[in-house]
Write a protein that binds this ligand. Structure first.
Ligand code: URA
Length: 258
């Protein structure tokens, strides 16, 4: 994918997420007005906090395009632009699309999954298959959604062939992108989905059962670990446990269920 296509893809995602005034530039130097962002912190029942991110910044990409919006939006665009052609590991050659992440730049909660699957690889967006549909339903139950107050991404940004487990070296090579995303997003809470994401962020080899029902920390950010939605599709009885974890998550951020 060319750099032009990359930034266009990123900005298109932002429009899909509700940034309706984002204008896709046609010519180098055309401004991208990303001022109209979805509301932040809009966990149901909670007053949206005053947003520092309302300050507008701008960045001129190497191809002359100008991205305007909150500092977080501009930094995410820069990161996407820098990393979207990544070939640090072999997955860079086999992927269809680099799956950066989706959601609002002023997310209250960042959800981290494992790696893109087939649907995600085709569309360039995380959690768009059946597991993603279930995830969206569970998030809606506690007033969270990708268009208002969450950002969703994965440890790996490219699909492992045949959906095999990520290799330790792939996690190692891809982790700086996730770390930078979290540095930019500065969420109030991180929720990991499945064993890989929890182990990668907590630098632990503990099994899932030992990581659930605790409040961990990633630097200064609280982190809770829950089951992966794909596991829930195979084990419907565990849905109630994830619902309980998400209620805990909502309590932590002072939203619904708190
Ligand atoms: N599973 C994941 O871990 N991430 C996705 O984006 C899709 C399925």
């Amino acid at each position: 994918m060319s750099s032009n296509e990359l930034i266009r893809h990123f900005l298109t995602q932002q429009i899909e997420l509700g940034g309706s005034s984002v204008v896709l530039p046609r010519a180098p130097g055309t401004e991208v007005d990303a001022e109209s962002e979805p509301r932040a912190g809009a966990v149901a029942g909670a007053e949206a906090p005053a947003r520092e991110e309302e300050r507008t910044e701008s960045w001129t990409a190497p191809d002359g395009r100008v991205v305007r919006g909150s500092a977080e939006r501009v930094e995410l665009a820069k990161l996407f632009y820098e990393e979207g052609s990544c070939t640090r590991c072999a997955l860079g050659a086999s992927r269809t699309r680099f799956v950066f992440g989706t959601g609002v730049p002023d997310a209250t909660v960042v959800l981290v999954g494992e790696a893109p699957g087939a649907a995600e690889d085709r569309q360039g967006l995380p959690f768009v298959g059946p597991a993603g549909k279930l995830l969206d339903e569970l998030l809606a139950g506690v007033g969270l959604d990708r268009a208002s107050n969450v950002f969703i991404c994965n440890v790996l940004k490219c699909r492992p062939p045949g959906n095999r487990d990520p290799l330790p070296e792939e996690v190692e090579l891809c982790s700086p992108i996730l770390r930078r995303q979290l540095e930019i997003l500065k969420p109030s809470l991180i929720v990991t989905l499945g064993r890989f994401a929890a182990q990668a962020l907590l630098r632990s080899d503990a099994p899932m059962g030992a990581m659930r029902r605790k409040i961990h920390s990633y630097g200064e950010i609280p982190l809770i670990a829950t089951y992966h939605p794909a596991y829930l599709l195979r084990n419907r009885q565990a849905i109630a446990e994830v619902e309980a974890d998400l209620i805990e998550a909502a309590k932590l951020i002072g939203g619904e269920g708190g």
